[in-house]
Design a binder for this molecule. Sequence first.
Ligand SMILES: Cc1ncc(COP(=O)(O)O)c(C=O)c1O
Length: 370
Amino acid sequence: MSKKIYVNEHILDYSEIKAAQTILDSGLLSSSNINGGKYVKDFEKNIAQFLDVKYAVAINSGTSALYASLLSLNIKSGDEVIVPSFSFTATASAVVATGATPVFVDISSSNYNIDISLIKSNITKKTKAIIPVHLYGHPVDVDLIAEITSPDHIAIIEDGAQSLGSSINGKKCGTLGNLGCTSLYPTKVITSGEGGVITTNDETLYEELLRIRNHGLDESGQTTRFGLNLRMPEIESAIASIQLSKLDDFIRIRRRNSDILSDIIGNFNLNLPVELENTFLNRYLYTISLDKSRSEVMNYMEKQGINTAVYYRTPIHKMPYYHSMNDGYDLPNTDLASSKVLSIPIHSGLSEDDVQNIGNKLNDVLKTIY
Ligand SMILES: Cc1ncc(COP(=O)(O)O)c(C=O)c1O
């Protein structure tokens, strides 16, 4: 039987195993130094260089990256933070963790990102930040958001959990706002098992973040602000650096695979991912939109050993926890996207033949429906 294909898989080889072994042998598994251990510092240097940004802070998850970023801006109870509802729940839960209130805004149906034209009408005196999500790896035009938010000094935190390697107007996602957050969870373009990173060009925020991830301690060992243990261990940091060195190759293969798929299913009207002239997509998720029979397509593909997935079947504001807090939202594009989207595997562990096979199988079932 051939191997089951998943929408995303981590790709590791002997180099990650060797690095983990070296660190285990060294006995230095983590460091509570404010600047982190050797491998933490190396990873931060490597990712800052890759993104062309001044500062990077490695942290233990993408969720922690968002939470720490909000804390560094002193966001707290009584404040509001604008977020899209069509995202992973962590985009909003990081806001709730600070005591602030997430304000959900609808998306644009073309690329599933926050609808920039709706931002202004959602700004109130309480709005302190906005978290645009580069969903599926599609860059949000953060400069356009800044034009709307800067008069009110509203900070921009990019949720770039899915967009490492994507860019817009020649600038990489994660460097476009005041702070950029990335996730290194195993389903992402690169992984360290669990992990995240925050990037910024702002020295003051950088210094706050170093203390936030380490119990609020300063160089003299005093807790001078609220913080937690959000540190990234040495093994994860070493793995993250190795994975980062492979990122360009991973993205090249993802782009080849998604182009093969688009060639095969391009004749159906499925709102295929579009790369605009000023954008470069890391092709994190290849997501199509099906007007009908989504479960039928999923079941058929599953029977062929090909997993497909819906990101996101329930928008955040409709999740039970959030719905009980606020049920007054009307986000029609978000609702529509939730009912239609389907992500198809194109990850960098798939060969041209694998993707050809996925495309042919998808084509077979789509022909019976459209
Ligand atoms: C859009 C988005 N935001 C935040 C996160 C949270 O990242 P993590 O799982 O590393 O905490 C994820 C990924 O899981 C995500 O996809």
